[in-house]
Design a protein around this ligand. Structure first.
Ligand code: ADP
Ligand code: MG
Length: 387
């Protein structure tokens, strides 16, 4: 798929902007702080219903405005679809597809975007939550139905944890807390689906990550991805160590390990008022040459792994053929890379239907990607026709 037209009203530093984009590479050039990443963020919003920079939507609404509007015309071969998102400073957001109101959660069914930005270094260097977010966002793009499962899991988790906290306050003992069993069942049913989907995702990403890493770094450092599971007694949230590769078999087998783990931890959970077992405590362990990336890999290697995770995501979505290629966005990447890596990265992304690149310095972007360049200045898009 490609985005052909992007219109913004009161989004970040854009009062109003219209932009035409083309198949193949599109480059946004401008000094820092002019609004290049804001454009990338607006396109990415349709795929993730969020920003890659902030967890709240309010910062995306232009200062002083009550709502931001993002409209995009997407092209899938001969088909065209118009998407619209209205981000409200207060109250819930609104969405339209071809002019008709839809639930906001419908938007990612139409838009697949893989955005790589310097913040992605957090996926490899940050807390387990950053890796879970990476995996879950990709899962939702791959299987939009999972958004509901993940949302339900979060709700059940909150309710179960609230019950643990109130039981703790009342001084109840584990065996007195029979109401917990109902929540355990729901937690296990939803959580098992998430765990299995994540394991499949890690399997499917392994070869594309390996290919992407080798293509970018020019060397095979044997990148590996494996889930470290709280069901197997590990607690990645609290001890960095832990070995990956936990698998429990099919859904039934996983659910029974999950249930047993909850039982084993119940007294401890009551004591602390925390749900200690489940996919919300798991971590995606990334390794290079057998060593964890976090804590061991060099800056350059960490960068290559983060970039490979995104490129592999693009490959996984493309292989699924649901909507054609995802839109690939590379925000501020080229300045970080040496000439060899720049050329290799350009080669890797060249055959995606559409690639959007931002750069402060145009010449940092390899020549083959520079066919269509748009200048961005203080929230204004300056095309050559305007000059
Ligand atoms: N909600 C907002 N309202 C007005 N301006 C904003 C808002 N959010 C960010 N900005 C401005 O947008 C600019 C940053 O844009 P960005 O796209 O990140 O720049 P870059 O071109 O370096 O990628 C900054 O000048 C910032 O002040
Ligand atoms: Mg930027």
């Amino acid at each position: 798929m490609i985005v052909e037209q992007l219109s913004l009203v009161d989004f970040r530093n854009y009062a109003a902007a219209d932009l035409t984009l083309y198949p193949g590479p599109n480059v946004f050039v401008g000094r820092n702080g002019q609004g290049k990443t804001n454009l990338a963020e607006a396109i990415g919003y349709f795929a993730t219903l969020g920003s890659h920079r902030v967890s709240q939507d309010a910062p995306m609404v232009r200062y002083g405005a009550d709502a931001a509007f993002v409209r995009a015309r997407l092209g899938y071969g001969e088909r065209r679809i118009q998407l619209e998102a209205q981000l409200n400073r207060s109250g819930s957001n609104k969405a339209r597809v071809n002019g008709s109101p839809v639930r906001t959660s419908e938007l990612p069914r139409y838009a697949q975007v893989v955005l790589f930005a310097p913040e992605d270094l957090q996926i490899v260097r940050g807390d387990p939550s950053a890796r879970r977010r990476f995996a879950d966002q990709l899962l939702i793009q791959r299987m939009p139905r999972l958004a509901g499962v993940l949302g339900d899991y979060d709700r059940v988790l909150k309710q179960r944890t609230a019950l643990l906290k109130s039981a703790r306050a009342r001084g109840l003992r584990a065996e007195q807390l029979t109401t917990l069993d109902v929540w355990d069942e729901k937690l296990v049913a939803l959580g098992t689906e998430i765990i299995l989907a994540r394991i499949r995702l890690a399997d499917d990403l392994t070869q594309p990550v390996r290919d992407a890493y080798e293509a970018i770094a020019g060397a095979d450092h044997d990148p590996q991805l494996e889930w470290v599971s709280s069901l197997a007694g590990a607690d990645p949230e609290e001890d960095a160590a832990g070995s990956g590769g936990a698998r429990f078999g099919d859904a039934e087998a996983t659910a029974s390990v999950f249930t047993a783990a909850l039982h084993a931890k119940r007294a401890q959970e009551l004591e602390r008022g925390v749900t200690l077992v489940g996919p919300h405590r798991d971590d995606l362990l990334l390794r290079l040459r057998g060593l964890p990336v976090k804590g061991y890999a060099s800056h350059g290697e960490s960068w290559s792994v983060a970039l490979s995770l995104r490129l592999a995501s693009a490959q996984v979505l493309r292989d699924q053929l649901r909507l054609g290629d995802p839109i690939v966005i590379l925000d501020d990447v080229f300045a970080e890379l040496d000439a060899d890596r720049r050329a290799r990265l350009a080669g890797v992304v060249a055959d995606f239907e559409q690639v959007i690149v931002t750069a402060a310095v145009e010449t940092d972007v390899p020549e083959p990607l520079r066919a269509r360049t748009v200048r961005v200045e203080a929230g204004t898009i300056v095309t050559d026709a305007d000059v």
